[in-house]
Write a protein that binds this ligand. Structure first.
Ligand code: HPA
Length: 276
């Protein structure tokens, strides 16, 4: 089946369960799912019920779509996302972004847990993604082209919306959250990086490394959607002082900063709503 037909079927299922206009999409990374509990009168759809949605196979990822009101905005909130390392194709893991677009959403916030590779960026830091480097060895836009998917050769001069980033920074300063900017390098995983790989990532200008986000951003930009990205830096790897990393650690730290992330997202959505 074509990507287009999968998008149409999945969207029809969601629209039947939530027949109201949607304002904003949110993708929550590892351990960052708390904000889902703040959604007013939520309609909750397990991914297993949505045609063509993959299943979340990773611990600490809930695997459900939550629709409802958050800070005045009607949101399509993904509690748990899909990763390339789970064995799904790039097209499969990005299907939800296409569904968002089909449902009329033009703004999306994408969050993740990532590793810091810079001495000044300590674990527990919430960072704004300023730009990215795709090192995943694949691209979700590869394949037969259909104008339904957006442009064949999408521009990437502004992958993360300057206007939305400004709103996010304003919210962060109001919430007293220091929000350093990072260049996010996306790798396939699931193995964490070696010291030599961290060194390479530093040399090419990355500040953080993770295993998600970039595929969703590429698809959102192909469709002309505005994107804003947040990384929670859950661990730090420096070539001269490597320490073991575990998924448990990553998840524990991101849970610790969850309340701050929740405030940041709520404040940001309130600003989006005021701008409407
Ligand atoms: N490397 C890659 N992905 C990650 C890391 C990391 O150090 N931390 C959280 N996700």
């Amino acid at each position: 089946m074509t990507v287009k037909n999968r998008v149409l079927q999945a969207s029809a299922h969601v629209a039947a369960r939530f027949p109201r206009p949607l304002d904003c999409g949110l993708i929550l990374g590892t351990g960052l799912g708390d904000i889902a509990a703040a959604v007013d009168k939520p309609v909750i759809i397990p991914y297993s019920e949505i045609p063509h949605f993959p299943q979340s196979t990773v611990a600490f990822h809930a695997g459900k779509l939550v629709l409802g009101n958050l800070a005045g905005q009607a949101v399509f909130l993904m509690q748990g996302r899909f990763h390339f390392y789970e064995g799904y194709s790039m097209q499969e893991i990005t299907l939800p972004v296409r569904v968002m677009h089909q449902l009329g959403i033009r703004k999306v916030m994408i969050t993740n847990a990532a590793g810091s590779i810079r001495p000044h960026l300590l674990p527990g830091t919430i960072a704004e993604i300023a730009d990215h480097i795709n090192l995943m060895g694949d691209n979700p836009l590869i394949g037969p082209h259909d104008p339904f998917l957006g442009e064949r050769f999408p521009d990437m001069s502004e992958p993360y919306s300057v206007a939305l980033r400004q709103l996010l920074r304003l919210t962060a300063s109001e919430e007293n959250i220091d929000l350093p900017r990072v260049v996010y390098a996306a790798v396939s995983g699931p193995s964490y990086e070696t010291a030599a790989e961290i060194h390479m990532l530093q040399m090419i200008g990355a500040d953080a490394v993770g295993m998600s986000t970039v595929p969703e951003v590429l698809v959102a930009r192909q469709l002309g959607m505005q994107v804003v990205g947040l990384s929670v830096l859950t661990d730090q790897s420096l070539p001269e002082a490597m320490q073991p990393i575990s998924h448990q650690m990553v998840s524990d730290i991101s849970r610790q900063v969850n309340p701050q992330v929740t405030r940041l997202i709520l404040g940001f959505l309130a600003k989006l709503e005021r701008e409407k």
